[in-house]
Design a protein. Structure first.
Length: 204
């Protein structure tokens, strides 16, 4: 297991999954996403791209420059707003331009070809996309959070910050994950809470 970046807002039970972790606390962006790692950095395959916090603004689209999603094969984002240095580092990936800028928030990466999202604006012939209904995930200060922000792929396991079995689309989420040879871990009996993704830097 690499170094894990996870928000200070995560449940204690989620933090306990990871012996080697950086408990993340930020200062940029509006309050609901201020402590979200995926606002400040982007996982590119086994490595992490660390953004410059000074370039992050307090409102959309100034706060999404690093919130791209990389599956290890595809790089998904509203490319008009992607940080230029991040784009350079992502040259080897297939680019998927999408309308919505909070891309990593709303994408759970299962493997390099497979994602789960409620964003039907994400479309690409090469991607296996499982669409779920929006909502049913907490994000204090907002109407709801997103599946990507409430989870993360670490090694061969998808971890959820909350009880994924309570989600109305649990069965199709579970079936997608297991069909790709991945495991599931989650916090029992607590609502799913968007914490800005669980990110793994595998390069260290």
């Amino acid at each position: 297991m690499g170094k894990i970046y996870i928000s200070k807002n995560a449940y204690d039970e989620t933090l306990d999954f990871f012996p080697s972790k950086v408990i993340f606390e930020g200062e940029k962006g509006y309050e609901a996403i201020r402590n979200h790692p995926d606002i400040y950095m982007c996982q590119l395959g086994d490595e992490m791209f660390y953004g410059d916090p000074e370039l992050i603004g307090d409102r959309y689209p100034l706060d999404i420059r690093y919130n791209a999603c990389c599956t290890g094969k595809y790089f998904i984002h509203n490319l008009k707003y992607t940080d230029k240095e991040l784009l350079k580092c992502a040259e080897k990936y297939i680019k998927v331009d999408v309308p919505q800028g909070y891309t990593k928030c709303n994408v759970l990466v299962v493997d390099e070809d497979t994602i789960i999202t409620s964003d039907r604006g994400i479309k690409h012939d090469g991607l296996n996309i499982t669409y779920i209904r929006p909502g049913h995930i907490l994000l204090p200060g907002q109407n709801y959070g997103f599946i990507g922000g409430a989870s993360g792929l670490v090694e061969d396991t998808i971890y959820f910050n909350g009880d994924i079995t309570l989600h109305p689309d649990y069965q199709i989420i579970r079936d997608t994950i297991l069909s790709r040879g991945k495991k599931i871990e989650y916090v029992r009996n607590k609502p799913l809470l968007d914490i800005g993704s669980i990110l793994e830097d595998r390069s260290k």
